[in-house]
Design a protein around this ligand. Structure first.
Ligand code: ATP
Ligand code: MG
Length: 707
C-alpha cells in the first residue's frame, strides 16, 4: 500500500507526540505549524533533536503532507535510512497499521551532495550539463588538478618557491567555493604561504574548470554550486521550490555558506523550513562549515524563525554528562546550554593510563570483551579516535582475538585501487567523455603504455577510432567489447557483474591478495542491488562510500555482532552503550596539525565533546604514556612521551575515576612516580573486570599532568 494513503488522519487519530513519548519541548517542536514560520531547534547532544525531527516528519505526514514532497537533509546515507525507519514506525503506530504495510518511502532523504546529484540529473539540460555527467571524488579531482598543474608548467620548482601540490590546490579551490570567499581572502586566511601564487592559482582553477566541463564531470563542490545556480534561474528555481513542501535539515551547525544559501533559496522566507543543530558540536570548519549560519538562520527568515531549545539529555548518565559539560564549558566561545540528564543511574567516566599503544590495544580489547560477557553486545560498543591510523594496534589485537569489527571513516572503500578500477569501467560506460575513467581502464590493458593511453585520450577516448599496438590487441578487444555491450544494452545490476567478470583476470595479474580484494567486489555487487540504475549507483557510492558511513561494507551479515571502530568525525549523531576514546594525549587530541590556530584548537575541543557525548552508560578515556612515532627522516623510529590531553586539565579530573593499567609481567609501579598505582592486570589475572577503579588523584598530582 503506498504510504500516502496513511494521510490525512481522521480527527480522532491517536496523538502522535504522545505515542512517540516526546516531552513538552520536543512536542512543541514536532508539531509546530509549518505554514506559520521557520523553526530552528537549538539543543545540546542527546536531547532528542534527531528523534524530534523524525517525529516531525511523521506528524507532517499525519497532517496530510506527501512523503514524496519532503526534503530531508541528513549527515549520511545511514542517518537518512534511520530517519525514514523511525518516522515509518511512528506512522504505523499512529495509524494502527499491520507490520506488513510498508512504511512511507521518503525518496528525498539524503545528504546535500546526494540530493544535489539527483536533482541535477533531472535538470541537467537546463544548465547545460550532460545527463550522464560523472561525479569526481576527491582523489579524481586531485588527479585532474595535477594534470592541469602540469600542463600549465606549474609543477616545476622555480627558484626557491615551490608551487603548492595538487591536493593543496584542490583544498583551496574547495574552500573558495564552499565559503563563497574570494581566492585572495582564502589565501590570506588559510594558506598565507601560497599568497604569492594568487594569479597562477586563478588561472590554474580556470583550467581545472575547463577540464571538468570538457569531460562532463563535476567534483563534490560543483554539485552544490550547480544546485545553487539552478536556484538562481527563475524558472528552475520555481520548479525546485514547488517540488518540496517541507525542507528539514539535521546537524545544521555543520553547513557551509553555499549549503546555507541553498536552504534559504529553497524556502525563501522560511515557511516549511525546520532545522536542528548544536553549535557546541560544530566540527567541520576545516571543510568550510561555520556554525554562524545556524545562528544567522532565524534572521534570514521572514518572519523570524521560531527558536526552540531542548534541555533534557536522554542519552548519557549524569556523571558522563557532567564530565562532557565541564569540557565544553572551558571553550573560548561560551556554549550556554548545560544539559541535564534524565537518567539517575550510572558509573562515572574513567581515565585509564597505560604504558603505550600496545597496552592500550590490549586494555580496550579486554574491556570490550568483558562488557560483552556482561551482556552488552559488541555492536552497542564503540572505540573512537581522532585519526584513522590511531586504531592500527587495536585492529591487530582484535584480529588476533577473533573479535569482529567494522571501521568507519578509515581508508575509504573507494580509495582501494581495485574498487576504483571497476567503477572506472562503469563511469566510462556512462560518460564516454570521462577521460580519467578512460585512462584508468586503458592502463589496465597489458601492452598499453603511457604513450598509447595518451593517444587514446587525444582521440577523445573513441573506442572505434583507436588502434592499439599489436601486443595489446587481444586485451584491448576485450575491453572494447565490454564497453560496447555496456553502452548498447545497459542492464542493472548485470552490468556490474559483467565488469567484474572482465576485471577478474586483471585482478589476479595485478594483486597478490586478489582473493581478499575479490571480497570487496562482491560487496559492491551486493550494494548494486540496492540502487535502481548504473549512474545512480556510481554517484551514490562516490558521494557516500560504505566504509565512510558504514552501511553495508563492513560486516558480512547484518545480524552478526561486531564492534564499531570509528573516527570521531564519523561518530557524529550516533550513540553506543559503551564508548572508548583512544589516545587522549596532546598531539592526538588535539591533533598535531591543529595546534596552530586558536579556532582549530577550539574545534578539537568540540570534537572531544562530540566523542564523550556518544556514550550512554560507560565512557573510558585512554591515556598511553608513550607513543611510537615513525620518522620520515634517516634516524629511524622513536618513542614520544605524551601528556594527557590539555582539554582535561587538573580541574576536570574530579569528574573521572582513574586507573593505571600495567602489563601482566610488571612487578611494581613503573609508570608514574607519585600517582596512585594499582597493578590491575595482575590483580585480575590479566583480564578486565567491572570494578577496577581507584580514587582520583588530587588535582596537581605529579605525573598526571602535562608540563
Ligand atoms: P546528537 O546531538 O548527538 O545528534 P540528538 O539531540 O539528535 O543527539 P537523539 O539521537 O535524537 O539526540 O536522541 C538521543 C537519545 O535519547 C536516543 O536514544 C533517543 O531515543 C532518546 N530520546 C530522545 N527523546 C526521548 C524521550 N522523549 N524519551 C525517551 N528517550 C528519548
Ligand atoms: Mg542527532
Amino acid at each position: 500500500m503506498p504510504a500516502t494513503t496513511l494521510a490525512p488522519a481522521p480527527a480522532a487519530a491517536p496523538d502522535l507526540a504522545a505515542l512517540a513519548g516526546l516531552n513538552a519541548e520536543q512536542r512543541a517542536a514536532a508539531t509546530h505549524p509549518a505554514q506559520d514560520r521557520a523553526l530552528l531547534v537549538l539543543a545540546g547532544a542527546g536531547t532528542g533533536k534527531t528523534s524530534t525531527l523524525a517525529a516531525r516528519v511523521a506528524w507532517l505526514v499525519q497532517q496530510g503532507a506527501d512523503p514524496q514532497r519532503l526534503l530531508l537533509i541528513t549527515f549520511s546515507r545511514r542517518a537518512a535510512g534511520e530517519m525514514a525507519t523511525r518516522a515509518g514506525r511512528l506512522l504505523h503506530r499512529v495509524a494502527g497499521l499491520p507490520p506488513s504495510v510498508a512504511p512511507p518511502h521518503l525518496p528525498w532523504c539524503g545528504t546535500f551532495h546526494s540530493v544535489a546529484a539527483r536533482l541535477l540529473r533531472e535538470d541537467a539540460r537546463h544548465i547545460g550539463l550532460a545527463e550522464g555527467f560523472t561525479v569526481l571524488d576527491r582523489g579524481d579531482a586531485e588527479e585532474l588538478m595535477a594534470q592541469a598543474r602540469q600542463a600549465q608548467g606549474l609543477a616545476e620548482t622555480t627558484g626557491r618557491t615551490r608551487f603548492p601540490l595538487a591536493a593543496t590546490c584542490v583544498a583551496m579551490h574547495s574552500r573558495c567555493i564552499n565559503t563563497r570567499a574570494p581566492l585572495a581572502e582564502v589565501l590570506r586566511e588559510h594558506f598565507p604561504w601560497c599568497a604569492m601564487h594568487e594569479a597562477a592559482l586563478a588561472s590554474l582553477f580556470a583550467a581545472y574548470a575547463a577540464a571538468k566541463a570538457a569531460q562532463h564531470s563535476l567534483d563534490f563542490d560543483d554539485l552544490l554550486l550547480a544546485w545553487w545556480h539552478l536556484l538562481q534561474a527563475p524558472a528552475a528555481a520555481a520548479r525546485l521550490r514547488a517540488r518540496f513542501d517541507h525542507v528539514l535539515v539535521d546537524e545544521v551547525q555543520d553547513v557551509n555558506a553555499l549549503q546555507a544559501d541553498i536552504v534559504h533559496a529553497l524556502r525563501p522566507g522560511g515557511q516549511g523550513l525546520t532545522a536542528v543543530g548544536d553549535d557546541a558540536q560544530a566540527i567541520y570548519a576545516f571543510r568550510g562549515a561555520d556554525p554562524q549560519h545556524l545562528r544567522a538562520l532565524p534572521g534570514r527568515c521572514t518572519p523570524q524563525a521560531l527558536v526552540l531549545t531542548l534541555t533534557q539529555n536522554y542519552r548519557s548518565t549524569p556523571a558522563i554528562l557532567a564530565a562532557a559539560n565541564a569540557v565544553i564549558a572551558e571553550a573560548a566561545e561560551g556554549h550556554a546550554l548545560q544539559l541535564h540528564s534524565r537518567r539517575t543511574d550510572g558509573l562515572r567516566p574513567r581515565i585509564v593510563t597505560v604504558a603505550d599503544e600496545a597496552a592500550e590495544a590490549r586494555g580496550v580489547a579486554d574491556a570490550v570483551l568483558a562488557e560483552r560477557e556482561a551482556g552488552v553486545l559488541l555492536r552497542r560498543q564503540a572505540v573512537l579516535f581522532r585519526t584513522a591510523t590511531h586504531s592500527a594496534a587495536l585492529e591487530l589485537e582484535l584480529v588476533r582475538r577473533h573479535v569482529p569489527f567494522v571501521k568507519y571513516g578509515g581508508l575509504r572503500f573507494l580509495e582501494a585501487a581495485h574498487v576504483k578500477d571497476v567503477l572506472a569501467v562503469l563511469r566510462w560506460a556512462d560518460n564516454p567523455a570521462a577521460r580519467g575513467a578512460a585512462a584508468r581502464c586503458a592502463r589496465l590493458v597489458p601492452g598499453l603504455g603511457p604513450a598509447s593511453v595518451a593517444r587514446l585520450l587525444e582521440g577523445g577516448a573513441d573506442l572505434t577510432a583507436f588502434t592499439p599496438p599489436p601486443a595489446a590487441r587481444a586485451g584491448w578487444a576485450a575491453l572494447a567489447a565490454l564497453m560496447h555491450q555496456l553502452r548498447a544494452a545497459p542492464a542493472w545490476p548485470a552490468d556490474l557483474a559483467l565488469a567484474i567478470h572482465w576485471y577478474q583476470t586483471h585482478l589476479e595479474r595485478l594483486f597478490d591478495d586478489a582473493r581478499v580484494r575479490r571480497g570487496d567486489l562482491d560487496t559492491l555487487l551486493r550494494l548494486a542491488a540496492t540502487q535502481g540504475s548504473r549512474s545512480r549507483f556510481v554517484t551514490e557510492l562516490t558521494l557516500d562510500p560504505p566504509a565512510a558511513t558504514g552501511d553495508e561494507a563492513g560486516p558480512p551479515h547484518r545480524d552478526d555482532d561486531y564492534l564499531v571502530l570509528s573516527t570521531l568525525h564519523s561518530a557524529k549523531g550516533q550513540e553506543w552503550s559503551a564508548v572508548h576514546l583512544l589516545r587522549m594525549v596532546d598531539g592526538c587530541m588535539p591533533a598535531d596539525m591543529a595546534t596552530g590556530r586558536a579556532a582549530e584548537i577550539e574545534e578539537e575541543r568540540r570534537l572531544l565533546y562530540v566523542g564523550m557525548t556518544r556514550a550512554k552508560d560507560s565512557l573510558t578515556l585512554w591515556v598511553p604514556q608513550r607513543l611510537h612515532v615513525t620518522q620520515q627522516r634517516a634516524w629511524g623510529d622513536r618513542h614520544l612521551y605524551a601528556p594527557r590531553t590539555r582539554f582535561i586539565g587538573d580541574a576536570l579530573l574530579a569528574h573521572f575515576d582513574h586507573a593505571v593499567l600495567t602489563p601482566p609481567d610488571a612487578t611494581g609501579p613503573t609508570m608514574e612516580a607519585g600517582a596512585p598505582l594499582l597493578n590491575l592486570a595482575g590483580l585480575l589475572g590479566g583480564t578486565w573486570a567491572a570494578d577496577r577503579l581507584i580514587a582520583p588523584p588530587e588535582p596537581g598530582e605529579p605525573g598526571q599532568n602535562r608540563p
